[in-house]
Design a binder for this molecule. Structure first.
Ligand SMILES: Cc1cc2nc3c(=O)[nH]c(=O)nc-3n(C[C@H](O)[C@H](O)[C@H](O)COP(=O)(O)OP(=O)(O)OC[C@H]3O[C@@H](n4cnc5c(N)ncnc54)[C@H](O)[C@@H]3O)c2cc1C
Length: 98
């Protein structure tokens, strides 16, 4: 979980740094959103496992974390769409715009 958070922070700060300077950042911004969605879903899943059967109970917030985390794969650009944006920019099929 810690590795995921640190890696995600590095991606987000790089995208923000580029955006602040008016430099091409669409690929880095999409990488941040795409990877962020993976990290929150992974961590919510790990939370469920750590709490065992209590993770499934409404007495603890783990189940809600897992349900809420899944929205990051859909809202504000689905993970499929961000994957396509990253792939197109990385392979030179589309420019990495500012
Ligand atoms: C609670 C809630 C709040 C929302 N709030 C906002 C908001 O504040 N602002 C806003 O703009 N929108 C909002 N939305 C809409 C949200 O952004 C859309 O749900 C999202 O863009 C996905 O569109 P869709 O639901 O029409 O799914 P679809 O476009 O029908 O996609 C369904 C699935 O197919 C995949 N898919 C679709 N086309 C392709 C393709 N060409 N290649 C590969 N995979 C593809 C998608 O990745 C997804 O997994 C909200 C939605 C909900 C449920």
């Amino acid at each position: 979980m810690k590795v995921g958070h640190e890696t995600l922070a590095a991606l987000v700060y790089k995208a923000a740094w580029l955006k602040d300077r008016g430099l091409p950042n669409v690929m880095e911004t999409s990488m941040s959103k795409l990877y962020g969605a993976k990290v929150v879903v992974h961590d919510a899943n790990e939370c469920m496992k750590l709490f065992g059967s209590f993770g499934y109970s409404d007495e603890y917030p783990c189940g809600r974390f897992l349900r809420d985390s899944k929205q990051f794969e859909t809202l504000e650009g689905t993970s499929n769409m961000h994957t396509m944006i990253v792939a197109n920019a990385a392979m030179g099929f589309a420019p990495n715009r500012a």
